[in-house]
Design a protein around this ligand. Structure first.
Ligand code: 4AD
Ligand code: MG
Length: 431
């Protein structure tokens, strides 16, 4: 007899197997009992028919508390009534770990309660499905960049200078020096691109964001490719192929999770259609003004503006060439316009907002130096970064995709806090 995982049940129809699982839920009439079992790979149903088993086993099955850990033995059969399609006809149960008064019951709980019990909430079917999608996006990311010849390069988490801005930096001490938690791996990624050509970083990033929205985390993971000898248009081509690859991979490999989450697969399929529309910031302002939004050239877009713009199209869109004043110091100035930079944000459909921020980098030493000064940053800490423009500077571009924003979007969930196992939010660092 084999130990199997629930997700592989289809391969064992008619066979007797053993599964290590937890009791997620149960219900019974006098004659038959059903246990909803989960083992980390999937959820399915165990059936115990009173007339076919010993009284002892039936009593045990009906007395199991929620989240009791068990070894269950029985025969796999088809179950046409469930979405999963298979169940187990129980012949024996062995209790491995008792469970008493499990706090998360099948009834509805408030968000704060669930967040306080995140370490247990992760076991629920919806949270489980979201983690499967997160895992697939991570897997497909490495697949994409490795196939395209990018080298993964890890950037430091403790850094001595601001990577993005000075407003949401996390300050800490580094022996006798000031240090910060990395907001981005990008500047180190640029050094990597000059050494290795095409790289991607994949790591945690930190923003002391005082905003409490359904799109912001304090700690989130970012994938940041950086490419030497690549101009911005080519970077946009790579961005859209990457995102389409993520969507296709989730469709190909997360059927079960998408079903659990009731995610519309036909909708997702549309997002594999390339190219994605590219509209300039100027055009975006016009579209918004024509539709009664109160926006002036120069403002940054909030969530209502992004949502409206994306709704005009069927796929994610790029908004290009934002005003220089609202973007980061390292972005390359437009060759014909002083007031805009060569950059783009990718905006996801369905109200999920910005999932990628990217740009061509300023490769001119003098202009970059001026940019650093204009942003009020101390040039001393950026000496190493300026070196990249002193020694063989080349046109180069890169971008950052927010992992949790992407998970939230593809899973079709409401709030970003569910897209990471243990979210760090404004005023929440427990559990
Ligand atoms: O637009 P951002 O700030 O860009 C950068 O950090 C660049 N250095 C990236 C680069 O060019 N290498 O952030 C990039 C992405 C956003 O589009 C968003 O998806 C995500 O990171 N992001 C957040 N996700 C969750 N919580 C937050 N507080 C986030 N801030 C940014
Ligand atoms: Mg951005």
């Amino acid at each position: 007899m084999k130990n199997i995982r629930i997700i592989n049940a289809a391969d064992y129809v008619g066979e007797k197997v053993k599964i290590g699982a937890w009791v997620a839920n149960k219900r019974s009439s006098g004659k038959i009992a059903f246990l909803s079992l989960r083992d980390g790979s999937a959820f399915f149903q165990a059936v115990i028919v009173k007339s076919k088993v010993s009284e002892e086993l039936f009593d045990l099955a009906t007395s199991l508390n929620q989240e009791t850990a068990i070894w269950v033995t029985g025969e796999i059969s088809e179950d046409a009534r469930s979405k999963f399609g298979y169940e187990i006809q129980v012949e024996a149960i062995e209790v491995v770990g008792e469970s008493d008064d499990y706090p998360i019951t099948p009834k509805d709980h408030g968000t704060d309660f669930l967040m306080d019990h995140r370490h247990l909430w992760l076991r629920s079917s919806k949270q489980h499905a979201i983690m499967l999608i997160r895992n697939e996006i991570i897997r497909a990311t490495h697949e994409f960049y490795q196939r395209e010849g990018f080298i993964q390069m890890d950037s430091p988490i403790l850094v001595g200078n601001a990577g993005e801005n000075t407003t949401d930096l996390f300050h800490t001490e580094y022996f006798d020096e000031d240090a910060y938690l990395a907001q981005t791996g990008q500047l180190y990624g640029e050094a990597g691109a000059m050494a290795l050509g095409k790289i991607y970083t994949f790591g945690p990033t930190f923003r002391a964001e005082k905003s409490k929205t359904r799109r912001h985390l304090i700690e989130f993971w970012m994938i940041e490719p950086e490419m030497a000898f690549v101009e911005h248009d080519e970077s946009l081509d790579i961005q859209e192929r990457y995102v389409a690859h993520l969507v296709q991979s989730v469709l190909d490999n997360c059927d079960y999770a998408l079903d659990v989450l009731d995610r519309d697969k036909e909708q997702l399929k549309k997002y594999t259609q390339l190219p994605y529309p590219r509209i300039s910031y100027d055009e975006a302002i016009e579209i918004l003004q024509d539709n009664d939004f109160d926006v002036e050239w120069g403002v940054d877009f909030g969530s209502p503006e992004e949502t409206f713009l994306a709704e005009q199209y069927e796929t994610p869109i790029f908004i290009t060439n934002y005003p220089k004043a609202i973007k980061a110091f390292y972005m390359k100035q437009h060759p014909e316009r002083e007031d805009v930079v060569i950059c783009a944000d990718m905006i996801a459909p369905e109200g999920y907002g910005e999932i990628i921020g990217g740009s061509q980098r300023e490769d001119d030493y003098e202009k970059l130096l001026k940019g650093i000064e204009n942003f009020g940053l101390g040039t001393e800490e950026y000496e190493w970064y300026l070196d990249l423009r002193r020694y063989g500077s080349v046109p180069h571009s890169g971008f950052g995709l927010g992992l949790e924003r992407t998970v939230t979007w593809l899973a079709g969930t409401e709030h970003i806090r569910e897209a990471i196992p243990f979210p760090r939010l404004l005023n929440r660092i427990y559990p």
